[in-house]
Design a binder for this molecule. Sequence first.
Ligand code: CUA
Length: 315
Amino acid sequence: MPLISACSGIQSALDPAGREAADVATLFFAMLVGGVVIWAGTVGMLFYAARKRRVHSEKAAGRVILWCGAVLPTVILASLLSYAVWLMPNIRPWFGGTDGGMRRIEVTGEQFWWRVRYLEDGGQPAFETANEVRIPVGERVVFSLRSPDVIHSFWIPVLGGKMDMIPGRENRLTLLAEKPGTYRGVCAEFCGTSHALMAFTVLAMEKQAFEDWLAARRNSSGGRDAEGLASFLRHGCSACHAISGTQAQGTIGPDLTAFGERGTVGAGTRPNLEEHVASFIRDPGKIKPEARMPHFSMLPDAEIERIAAYLKGLR
Ligand code: CUA
């Protein structure tokens, strides 16, 4: 499961692919060096003190304590503080009141998945998707972050710092991806039993590919598998889920338009394979404890498999 291995670059703040994350990583390494120098000074001083009685004069000892114990740490800490304050405007999540015509993406933290809405210039939603965020490379985008019930925290370590999603308010975060690639975002605030099971995929795409994807998503259809769609509708999936171009217009659960393109099922919990989609439909709580979706284990296996195959085929 490559998406779940935490040590690889797709989720490492120290392997940045965005400007904000690069600044944070530089600050981290500067602090690391500063910390090591202060530590070395302290250790040196202790060694000196241990030898002092036998070898050195009191005056020399005072000088060592002054330089290693006071001047060195003060200078280093002051420089690190100045550097961090100087960096602040760059890593600040939001530049004042206007979004300057930046592309806006609204992300809502749900228990336990991510609702993603692409907004038109006027702020109207163009379309909705879930558990996957696609952004263009080289263009600063504004994330408008919300939550209907509990606090979540939106974090794409490779691109920048985290930002809480707080019920009743909108928080904003701007990020600039500099390298195309597929990254992993996570929830960084405990939000319930399956807090650790809500991840999302971030695709930083070349500008033209991104525009093509936007255009395709604006005209998504419900696929050609009429029988699969009929099963989906017959068993009430559409009460919670929407699929563009069909009668399914539910808004409680994740939008499933073009579901087959997503890398995972259950917000990063399983690779998007038909068998995992089927298990999720059969009993979501087994894969994701306390997920809001009810189980459908009463359906015949053939029906579950038909729906899973239908969803997997949606492009
Ligand atoms: Cu959502 Cu933790």
